[in-house]
Design a protein around this ligand. Structure first.
Ligand SMILES: Cc1ncc(COP(=O)(O)O)c(C=O)c1O
Length: 360
């Protein structure tokens, strides 16, 4: 095996093994009763699936994404996998699937990491080992309805540094032509259908050289999500009237992120919110109108893959408007980016217990 870690992109690279675990049950009075087997390691990357499996017929599928880091001290850290386990449980509930318990999820994560250590990129390459937990319905069904058998799989893959040659910015274009998810639909769950539904919009944006900024499906006036990441904005103000003279020199920093029933609750966003609060910034999770971008100083997309991806411009073609945030990543977002990466790479104290160090 000869991997050029620095040249890897966000593409699948096959590793030695995957981890699998099966559930078999019965629906009784609206409740799914059954049991998970033991997770096991296999080198076979193919699964034998009935052509009528509910994942194929009705999209009964959920997934997750998390990263494993080789730290500055050489230790192996998995970032907040418990949150991924909980989110998968919520997605499973939404699609009438059985979900792996936190215990099974954690066990499978450790097995996936330990059996693929050769694919964990060295420290300072910027590359990481990405884990893709997947949950699919495997019961053959023709009639529309949920299955009773499920397969939980963890697929590891080394992925390259998100930023090759340094932290850089991207441009987003406001989308009002395709709704990714309905307000009371599945947008807040990590299920495959949401992504397939977003392709028309994301691919159209990519063809124009941009990323896609989704607006809320009901009014198309508010920011929902940035492609497959949450939106965050930083607003600075001097509230001199309410502050003492000495304090008034200090800007009041506000971390803004959308509140919406149709967006995925990002684990990265949740972590950044905790760090922003530690810095004494005010955190506002609320509906954010597109035209409010005029009053925002720094903007970014955030998620596991990029951590923070600063935005230089947001183009609103329907309103003929361009919101500019500068071609260089802003100071506040850069600070948060480094704070989180320092924890993930073991360079800063992990006060919140976010990383599990795997004994390898
Ligand atoms: C639609 C969507 N929103 C937001 C995120 C960011 O979530 P996280 O920070 O948990 O990776 C992701 C990625 O998982 C996503 O697919």
């Amino acid at each position: 095996m000869n991997i050029d870690w620095k040249e890897l992109g966000f593409h699948y690279t096959e590793t030695d093994t995957i981890v699998r675990c099966s559930f078999s049950g019965e629906w009784k009075n609206g409740e799914l009763i059954g049991e998970w087997g033991e997770p096991y390691i296999t080198t076979d990357k193919y699964i034998s699936l009935h052509v009528s499996a509910t994942c194929l017929q009705y999209g009964q599928e959920a997934f997750e994404g998390l990263k494993v880091f080789r730290g500055a001290d050489g230790k192996v850290r998995v970032f907040r996998w418990q949150e991924n386990a909980k989110r998968m449980q919520r997605s499973a509930l939404a699609l009438k699937m059985a979900a792996p318990t936190e215990e099974i999820f954690g066990k499978a994560v450790r097995m996936a990491v330990k059996s693929n250590l050769a694919y964990l990129p060295p420290y300072e390459t910027g590359a990481t080992l990405y884990l893709r937990p997947l949950l699919i319905g495997t019961t053959p069904r023709l009639g529309v309805g949920p299955g009773r058998d499920f397969e939980f799989i963890i697929i590891p893959s080394p992925i390259g540094p998100y930023y090759k040659g340094g932290f850089h910015t991207t441009t987003f274009i406001v989308n009002r032509t395709v709704d990714r998810a309905a307000p009371l639909g599945t947008g807040q769950y990590k299920v495959g259908g949401n992504y397939a539904a977003s392709f028309r919009a994301t691919e159209a944006a990519h063809l124009q050289g941009y990323d896609c900024l989704f607006t809320d499906s009901k009014t198309h006036r508010y920011i929902d999500e940035c492609s497959a990441a949450n939106f965050i904005g930083i607003k600075e103000s001097k509230e001199e009237s309410r502050r003492s003279k000495a304090e008034s020199q200090e800007p009041l920093i506000e971390y803004l992120t959308p509140r919406s029933t149709a967006i995925l609750p990002s684990i990265t966003n949740d972590s950044l919110i905790t760090l922003a609060r530690e810095l004494g910034w005010r955190v506002s999770r609320r509906r954010i109108r597109i035209d409010e971008l005029d009053n925002i100083d720094e903007a970014a997309a955030c998620g596991t893959a990029c951590v923070i991806s600063p935005i230089d411009r947001v183009i609103d073609p329907d309103k003929g408007k361009v919101y500019n945030f500068g071609s260089e990543p802003g100071e506040r977002l850069t600070c948060l980016y480094h704070m989180l990466q320092d924890i993930q790479y073991g360079r800063a104290e992990d006060k919140h217990g976010w990383c599990e160090i795997i004994d390898c």
